[in-house]
Each structure stands twice: as structure tokens, then as C-alpha cells.
Design a protein around this ligand. Structure first.
Ligand code: SAH
Ligand code: SF4
Length: 349
């Protein structure tokens, strides 16, 4: 067994990866063995099936000012729009008609979506459809999170962005609160949400130590989902001149996360597809098992630019599904329209 496989095997068995071994993996020039090892764990847990989550972006308004994101409040150059309840419901109906059983409502932190609004919306979705509902609406009060869970929201995506406090405040203004972000994630888990954390790879000022800390955080939180992709600069943000995260680094860390938690739901993100034409396929071959095509509103999508050169992943009709199916088939995988709830080890297939 070569050294890469030895490290993978030891990490898989002990869930303990020293910083030296982490660095060894991250510095590999040829990391095919790392990807293959992780991929075989994904196949063991999920077969060659890729879960589809339908992403509905609901608002380009955001009260926050993350230095990296095009939706930040201080960016005066984007059109702010949001979907009404009826518009969201119409996109949910669309998802349902395509056979999609998981939807993700994502947006900037927009106070327009009060608890009342969301209660109403989720109530209607729950009445009409049998869907797994994921929210990705940023930080909300613990009372809100509890109420939304009771109503039927089952999953929540809230990337921690970085698990190093110093680094957090290089990416966010002081008005944002690192401790609250981390506490929110533990709260989401306590409340029984299938919880997703995650980070950008190659965000400005990120060190190898920071990424290693992110891995330790994932091991500690034991999230059901991890969303990670490259940082990509946006031309109207303070980070416009920083380079995008590196494809190789993303593919390595995806594999490391798969080994850390073999049954975690791990999307090959749009950002990964945006830095490389076949980035999402490469992500799957590195151990990912989820895709999140956009099924939202076309006009809002035009303005929902977190970063530059974001690819469109719109699934509007069954032809688009066939295209996606075709792409997956080429690498030996197929779409699964199952709800794909998180399950304990070994119980997916
Ligand atoms: N407002 C919510 C959800 C929308 S943003 C929130 O912040 O949680 C969703 C994710 O997009 C963020 O968590 C962040 O990791 C990612 N993102 C934002 N700007 C980005 C950029 N410039 N490059 C790559 N990912 C970015
Ligand atoms: Fe708002 Fe989320 Fe963008 Fe931060 S990352 S500015 S919270 S949309």
C-alpha cells in the first residue's frame, strides 16, 4: 500500500488525521488514489446514485456584508428582488412536477421573510406536497428555527465559512458574530434538523491550518451535510482582486471530508462547476453524492450572483434532466430522485 492509501485507511479507521498527514494529502501532486479511496466509500454508502436537490433562490436582498459575496448589503450595483409567496409556491409546484422530492430555499438574510411569512409558506408546502424542505436563509433566532422545524422544515444549510475566529473576522465585518454562527449550527442539530455546515476553499487569508481546523470542526459537529466549494471573487466586493480557490485543493478536501464521514451528504457545488467545466463531475469522482440544480425563478437567478461567472444549472424541463442524466452516465452514475434523507452508516443501499 502506498503512503496516500495508508493515510486514508488510518484516517478512515481512527477518524484521526494528524496535521502532518493532512498536509501530505493536501500537497500531493497526484491525488488520484485519494479521490479513488473516497469515491469507493461514497459508492459503498450510496451506490452510483446522485441525489438531486432542487435549489430555489428566493431573494437577492441581504442585510449582511460578508466581504466575499456579491449580495452584500453595500453592493449598490445589483438589482434586489425577492419572490412572493405565490412565486415561491409556483416554483415548488414546478419542482414537484419534475419529480424532485427535495427543495432548498436559499437567499440573502432578508427580514421580509418574517416567521409569519415562512409559517404560512411552509404550511402550504406541507399541505400540498410530500417534499423534504431545506432552508438556507442564514442565521435566525433560535425561536424561529424551532418554530420552522415544528412546521416541517427538515434540513438547514448554514455554512460555518471558517472555524477560525481570526479568519472569520477577515472575511466578515465585526457586526457579524462568529460565536453565533457556530452556536446556531449546534442548535440546528439539537433541534433535529439535518444540518449542513461548510466552507469556501481558498478564501482570502485562509491557511492550511484553517482548513485543518475546518476538518476538526466537521468531525466535532458531525453534520449530516457538508457544502464546500472554491471561493470565487466577485467584482463588486472588497475581495475582487483575490484569486479563486484552486480546483485541486477542493477535490482533495472533498475526498478528505468523505473519508471523515462516509455517509455525509456531500454536494458537488455550483461553484465547483463554475471554476472548471467538468468540476461537478470531478467532484462526484472525488466522493460527492449530491447535485443541486437550480429550479428557481429565471429573473431572480440573473441577479443572484454570489460570485462572478456563476454557471447556470437550470433544470426547467425533462430535456434538462436528460442532459444531466447524460453527463452522469458518462462517468458511470445516475440520478436519484429519492428524498435522500440522511441515514446512519451503511443503510443507504
Ligand atoms: N445568506 C445565506 C445563504 C446564501 S449564501 C448564508 O450566507 O448562509 C450561500 C453560500 O454562498 C455562503 O454560505 C458562502 O459560503 C457562499 N458564497 C458566497 N460568496 C461566495 C463567493 N464569492 N465564492 C464562493 N462561495 C460564495
Ligand atoms: Fe448575505 Fe449570505 Fe452573501 Fe453573506 S454570504 S452577504 S449572508 S447572502
Amino acid at each position: 500500500m502506498n503512503k496516500t492509501l495508508e493515510i486514508c485507511e488510518k484516517f478512515y479507521k481512527t477518524k484521526d488525521l494528524s496535521f502532518e498527514d493532512f498536509k501530505y494529502l493536501m500537497d500531493l501532486e497526484d491525488y488520484a488514489d485519494l479521490n479513488t479511496y473516497a469515491r469507493s466509500l461514497a459508492v459503498k454508502n450510496f451506490g452510483r446514485k446522485i441525489y438531486i436537490r432542487g435549489l430555489i433562490e428566493i431573494s437577492t436582498y441581504c442585510k449582511n456584508n460578508c466581504f466575499y459575496c456579491g449580495l452584500r448589503a453595500s453592493n449598490k450595483n445589483i438589482e434586489r428582488t425577492r419572490l412572493s409567496k405565490e412565486e415561491i409556491l409556483s416554483r415548488v409546484a414546478h419542482a414537484n412536477s419534475l419529480g424532485i422530492k427535495t427543495i432548498v430555499l436559499q437567499g440573502g438574510e432578508d427580514d421580509f421573510y418574517s416567521l409569519d411569512f415562512l409559517e404560512d409558506l411552509i404550511g402550504e408546502i406541507e399541505d400540498k406536497y410530500d417534499l423534504a424542505l431545506t432552508l438556507s436563509l442564514g442565521e435566525r433566532s433560535f425561536e424561529d428555527l424551532e418554530a420552522l422545524k415544528k412546521l416541517g422544515a427538515n434540513r438547514y444549510l448554514l455554512r460555518h465559512e471558517t472555524s477560525s475566529r481570526d479568519h472569520y473576522y477577515k472575511l466578515h465585518p465585526r457586526s457579524m458574530d462568529f460565536d453565533n454562527r457556530i452556536k446556531s449550527l449546534f442548535k440546528l442539530k439539537d433541534l433535529g434538523y439535518q444540518t449542513g455546515c461548510g466552507m469556501m476553499v481558498g478564501s482570502p487569508f485562509q491557511t492550511r491550518e484553517d482548513l485543518y481546523r475546518d476538518l476538526q470542526f466537521i468531525l466535532k459537529l458531525q453534520p449530516q451535510m457538508v457544502g464546500l466549494g472554491p471561493f470565487i471573487p466577485h467584482h463588486d466586493t472588497p475581495f475582487k482582486d483575490y484569486p479563486a480557490g484552486n480546483l485541486d485543493d477542493v477535490l482533495k478536501i472533498l475526498s478528505i471530508v468523505r473519508i471523515a464521514k462516509e455517509n455525509v451528504l456531500l454536494p458537488a457545488t455550483t461553484a465547483l462547476g463554475s471554476i472548471d467545466d467538468s468540476g461537478r463531475e470531478k467532484g462526484i469522482l472525488a466522493g460527492c453524492n449530491v447535485l443541486m440544480p437550480n429550479i428557481g425563478d429565471e429573473k431572480l437567478r440573473q441577479n443572484y450572483k454570489l460570485y462572478d461567472n456563476k454557471i447556470g444549472t437550470q433544470v426547467e424541463n425533462s430535456d434538462d434532466f436528460l442532459d444531466l442524466e447524460e453527463k452522469l452516465k458518462k462517468i458511470g452514475y445516475e440520478i436519484s430522485l429519492d428524498r435522500g434523507d440522511y441515514k446512519e452508516e451503511g443503510k443507504y443501499v
